[in-house]
Design a binder for this molecule. Structure first.
Ligand code: SAH
Ligand code: SF4
Ligand code: F3S
Length: 468
């Protein structure tokens, strides 16, 4: 009797840029291709298929694609000379926005696919290896994507992402997302719960719900008709045994409704950290950006959140130099930052994106002015982050251990406020939430040591013994 020869493994390399949703999507593309025999490759040189999952949010983000494509043309030639194939695909938001430009500038690309078409990848791979010329798929059948993606194949880590909502209807003046990700769509609550249970069964202990406007979530209710908002969904997720922590991102200040704020009050496992982009502290600029709220309304949302969950820490996104932003407008942003306090933040120079209203607006801010404003803002934000990290010294915090640290004998985890935490300890603690006394606050992380006792949480799996 002979055993059939194993199908030769093909290798897949995916490079991901952009937001966490792209990270999630890259994992799902790997899941779609796994049944075709694709296993992960360490580097593009060793891959039979390379996918570049791209971001279009700022000019620099898209430029990275074209420099990478130049390098991959050489890799593809070298592999061809050695008799090896390399299917090259460009996915993500640049593919959606600039599909035609990609095929014109880089005709060696085999597949261009938009974010809503990933479930059709196997069919595109087959077409690409049959046909000469590039296969382009950039339609917008959003429901189809989630209906037809296979269940998660690769085991999740201790921390996992779960997309619950995709797309955006808000059309901020500067932003490409409504054009690249399409209209807002929420997955049914039952599908989200089923995926969360699978992730927990696979070892995930912290789940971050993802959406471009995650708190605009309004998915079909599990039963009884109607829809659930994000607050209701979080309550249902909090019931899953073994799940220790919940987070969600990215939220819009306009969609922080009462039910969601109450979830922060009632669910200890909903972590006291929220990324809530405000972009600017000036009402003039907020109006020009079409954000739909004022600086005072943002402050009021923050107050309600703090009343519900006093230990909540906020993170945010800021844009400096939006068209029309004056020195006084920028000063209003600095005042808002000083007043609210952001232990973590991302800040960017405005970058004109083709096709967005702000790109064609008058009064573009000169580059040197944008540079100066960004420096001033970042220096303030850095101080706030360092101050917050330092303020944790001496506290004993629940830390979810996620893996090995940088040095031998060291493990790493996350604080409730998403700070990386390093401590001496055993890898046997991976997946557990343990009490850690903070000994030092560094600019971007904390270090500490295990404290005695256990973290009291109803969902803590009980089969393992408490750490010594
Ligand atoms: N949905 C989120 C943000 C998505 S994009 C929200 O509503 O806030 C992530 C961040 O990139 C934005 O918050 C914004 O700060 C930044 N950004 C988006 N477009 C930009 C542009 N054209 N120039 C500079 N920064 C931009
Ligand atoms: Fe972009 Fe505004 Fe939508 Fe956020 S809310 S994704 S910034 S358009
Ligand atoms: Fe970038 Fe698209 Fe995300 S533009 S930030 S990858 S939604």
């Amino acid at each position: 009797m002979t055993t059939p020869a194993a199908e030769p493994r093909k290798r897949l390399f995916i490079r991901t840029w952009g937001c966490q949703m792209n990270v999630y999507d890259s994992a799902r593309m790997a899941d779609v291709l796994a049944p075709l025999g694709y296993a992960p490759a360490e580097a593009p040189e060793a891959a039979d298929m390379v996918i570049l999952n791209t971001c279009h949010i700022r000019e620099k983000a898209s430029e990275k694609l074209f420099s990478e494509l130049g390098r991959l043309r050489d890799t593809k030639r070298e592999r061809a000379a050695a008799g090896q194939e390399m299917v090259l695909a460009v996915a993500g938001c640049v593919a959606q926005a600039e599909g035609a430009e990609i095929t014109a500038r880089a005709p060696w690309v085999d597949i261009v696919l938009g974010p809503q078409t990933y479930h059709r990848l196997p069919e595109m791979v087959a077409r690409a290896s049959r046909a000469a010329g590039t296969v382009i798929e950039t339609d917008f059948p959003v429901e189809a994507k989630f209906d037809h993606l296979p269940e998660t194949v690769a085991p999740p880590g201790v921390t996992a992402f779960l997309t619950v909502q995709e797309g955006c209807d808000k059309f901020c003046s500067f932003c490409v997302v409504p054009y690249t990700r399409g209209a807002e769509y929420s997955r049914p609550a039952a599908a989200v719960l089923a995926e969360a249970r699978r992730l927990v069964a696979g070892g995930a202990r912290e789940i971050t719900l993802l959406g471009q406007n995650v708190n605009a979530y309004h998915g079909e209710a599990v039963a009884g008709g109607g829809t659930w908002g994000l607050g209701r969904l979080l309550r249902a997720l909090a019931e899953i045994p073994g799940l220790l922590r919940l987070r969600y991102t990215t939220s819009h200040p306009r969609d922080m409704d009462a039910e969601l704020i109450a979830a922060h009050r009632d669910l200890p496992m909903l972590m006291p950290f929220l990324h809530l982009p405000v972009q600017s502290g000036s009402d003039r600029v907020l109006a020009a950006m079409n954000r739909g709220h004022t600086a005072a309304e943002f402050r009021a949302v923050v107050e309600r959140l703090r009343a519900a969950r006093p230990d909540i820490a906020l993170s945010s996104d800021f844009i400096v130099g939006h068209p029309g932003e004056t020195a006084a407008d920028f000063a209003a942003t600095l005042s808002l930052v000083r007043e609210v306090g952001f232990p973590q933040a991302f800040s960017f120079k405005y970058s004109a994106r083709p096709g967005t209203p702000a790109a064609a607006a008058p009064h573009q801010v000169p580059e040197p002015e944008k540079d100066a404003r960004l420096q001033a803002l970042q220096s303030l934000l850095r101080d706030q982050q360092a101050g917050f990290n330092h303020s944790r010294v001496g506290m004993t915090l629940p830390v979810l251990i996620t893996g090995a640290g940088r040095h031998p004998g060291q493990i790493a985890g996350r604080s409730p406020w998403l700070q990386p935490v390093h401590l001496p300890g055993s890898l046997a603690l991976v997946g557990r939430e343990v009490p850690v006394t903070v000994l030092a606050g560094n600019p971007n992380s904390l270090s500490g040591r295990l404290a005695a006792g256990d973290v009291a949480r109803s969902n803590q799996p009980s089969e393992e013994p408490a750490p010594a």
